[in-house]
Write a protein that binds this ligand. Structure first.
Ligand code: MN
Length: 207
């Protein structure tokens, strides 16, 4: 949400490096978090030093910068969001308002997963596939190349699939479909439900 002001820092994983095995290996998490995400954090800090962005939040930078600064800042945000939605003991399906919204937009949870997976497979090159809420709480799926993030279009992210090869290549090599199918095993729907509840509350307060 645009009112959130996140610090530019390497937030720790909310679980251990081995905890998502066998779906995501320790080696993948070490590289993905400690190397790739860390590099985006360091590059963002380097780019904003002694500029007008020096004290800006991640969201402020994402909503106004472009080029290398946007790319690195958005990748920090995207990775934090991605890692925080995963759990070694996930709630395996959504309930309540989120389930109703998924059914209204896609027919079923199964259909929504199929559509997101298909978008992840057809996205050419690197990028992200997002489950988002619009400003009325209606859900849709959007694909973004590179560091793309739906916040820049006034949409609220609920769930992210990282389609960069670094997210799956160690474990699944070129088999992106295997990486995406493994990811679904560790998505914690409790986190997605809470995100949706927060978005609905935000919409209500700003109506
Ligand atoms: Mn990544």
């Amino acid at each position: 949400m645009t009112t959130v002001m996140s610090k530019i820092e390497l937030t720790p994983l909310p679980y251990g490096y081995k905890d998502l095995e066998p779906y995501i290996s320790e080696q993948t998490l070490v590289y993905h978090h400690d190397k790739h995400m860390a590099a985006y954090v360091n590059k963002t800090l380097e780019l904003i030093a002694n500029t007008s962005y020096a004290d800006a939040s991640l969201e402020q930078i994402m909503l106004s910068a472009d080029g290398a600064l946007f790319n690195n800042a958005a990748q920090v945000w995207n990775h934090r969001f991605y890692f925080e939605q995963l759990s070694p003991s996930p709630k395996t399906k959504p309930d309540g308002a989120l389930l109703e919204a998924i059914n209204a937009s896609f027919g079923s949870v199964k259909k929504m997963r199929e559509l997101m997976t298909a978008d992840a497979l057809s996205l050419f090159g690197s990028g992200w596939v997002w489950l988002v809420s619009d400003a009325h709480g209606k859900l849709k799926i959007v694909s973004k190349p590179n560091a793309g993030n739906p916040l820049t279009e006034g949409l609220y992210p609920l769930l992210a699939i990282d389609v960069w090869e670094h997210a799956y290549y160690i474990d699944y090599r070129n088999a992106r479909v295997a990486g995406v199918n493994a990811l679904w095993k560790v998505v914690d729907w409790k986190v997605i439900e809470q995100r949706y509840a927060d978005i609905l509350e935000y919409i209500k307060q700003h109506a």
